[in-house]
Ligand binder design. Structure first.
Ligand SMILES: NC(=O)C1=CN([C@@H]2O[C@H](COP(=O)(O)OP(=O)(O)OC[C@H]3O[C@@H](n4cnc5c(N)ncnc54)[C@H](O)[C@@H]3O)[C@@H](O)[C@H]2O)C=CC1
Ligand SMILES: O=C([O-])CC(=O)C(=O)O
Length: 353
């Protein structure tokens, strides 16, 4: 009898916590709930979690055994996404945060912050056409990161990545919290596409292919180093032209196929999780984790550049040299650097103006 009334008390207490008083109360009430989950691990926030990338990214991060607490932040729809994802019987506890007034709560204590917030392209647009809207969004989010979790690793997905990463760096510099090791632009989708398209041409499993992609994340700044592919293999000039073009235009291929309904979301969520998982394994202390990312760099004369980096407990531990390039790659690199320099400058002057 006593045991039964105890059980019914517990149930009514949990039901009370879960029942929203008002629509925007749901997330805060849940944080008071007695059940915290039993898994130790990393605390991860996704900013822009209700979007096309954010939702599948949130689902995949909820499945990641290294994550103990998953914070989902957006300016719309987080209660629904949070409720839905929180029913998955995986270890991570999920909490939702809605609107600017809950941004700081979403960020306090986070180890890793992933940013897919912002508008996507429509056919006919370049990534740079997103600058006017997304620059301000990334600025606001990074100001809150500097205040609430200055030691977090930050993965920037919002486009144009070539400019949004320099924007984030400038915001952190202003706040006095900048650590270049902890700020990484996500270019993993370029690597994922390169592996897939190369594997198609070679007739092999894409999981057995590793193509380094360097430079940046827009058009000709995306530079696949096909001469350094693993396992080593050579291509005809025609194959190189086809593969380079397809990798550089992979994003546009999806934008056009979606015909106004946005850009890559599912493959991007996959790529973002692959990259975030590498960051978490490195944070845990696993050795030998090397991925391509767009970071503060001295590999070229540009202040930011994507190349292979070794990840560790503090983020980027080493930036690997570009390695030997062939004539075609050297020429492409010079063209990429010109465009990249302008995009970096545009990001920096957005904050310094
Ligand atoms: N780095 C990469 O390889 C890739 C980057 N992207 C970029 O990712 C971004 C997001 O793309 P999608 O998810 O498809 O767009 P989406 O429009 O479906 O989702 C964006 C989400 O951001 C939210 N948002 C807007 N302002 C916000 C703010 N101030 N704070 C928090 N959240 C905010 C929106 O409410 C929305 O839920 C775009 O800029 C896109 O170009 C997309 C694919 C690949
Ligand atoms: O193309 C876009 O606008 C989205 C993106 O960055 C990609 O798919 O690589």
């Amino acid at each position: 009898m006593e045991a039964n009334s105890g059980a019914s008390d517990r149930i009514s207490r949990i039901a009370g916590h879960l029942r929203p008083q008002r629509e925007d109360d749901v997330c805060l009430k849940r944080s008071d709930c007695r059940a915290k989950g039993g898994v130790s691990g990393f605390k991860v926030a996704i900013l822009g979690a209700a979007g096309g990338i954010g939702q599948p990214l949130a689902m995949l991060m909820k499945m990641n055994p290294l994550v103990s607490l998953l914070h989902l932040y957006d300016v719309v729809n987080t209660p629904g996404v949070t409720s839905d994802i929180s029913h998955m019987d995986t270890g991570a506890v999920v909490r939702g945060f809605l609107g600017q007034q809950q941004l700081e709560d979403a960020l306090i204590g986070m180890d890793l912050v992933i940013i897919p917030a912002g508008v996507p392209r429509k056919p006919g647009m370049t990534r740079d056409d997103l600058f006017n809207i997304n620059a301000g969004i990334v600025k606001t989010l990074c100001e809150a990161i500097a205040k609430c979790c200055p030691k977090a690793i930050v993965n920037v997905i919002s486009n144009p990545v070539n400019s949004t990463v320099p924007i984030a760096a400038e915001v952190f510099k202003r706040a006095g919290t900048y650590d270049p090791k902890r700020l990484l632009g996500v270019t993993m989708l370029d690597v994922v596409r390169a592996n897939t398209f190369v594997a198609e041409v070679l007739g092999v499993d894409p999981r057995d292919v590793d193509v380094p992609v360097v430079g940046g994340h827009a058009g000709i700044t995306i530079l696949p180093l096909l001469s350094q592919i693993k396992p080593p293999c050579s291509f005809t000039p025609k194959e190189i032209e086809y593969l380079t073009g397809r990798i550089q235009n992979g994003g546009t291929e999806v934008v056009e196929a979606k015909a106004g309904a946005g850009s890559a979301t599912l493959s991007m969520a996959y790529a973002a999780v692959k990259f975030a998982d590498a960051c978490l394994h490195a944070l845990r202390g696993d050795a030998g984790i090397i991925e391509c990312a767009y970071v503060a760099s001295q590999v070229t004369e540009l202040p930011f550049f994507a190349s292979k980096v070794r990840l560790g407990r503090v983020g980027v531990e080493e930036i690997l040299p570009l390695g030997p390039l062939n004539d075609y790659e050297r020429e492409s690199l010079e063209k990429a650097k010109k465009e990249l320099a302008a995009s970096i400058e545009k990001g920096i002057s957005f904050i310094r103006k």
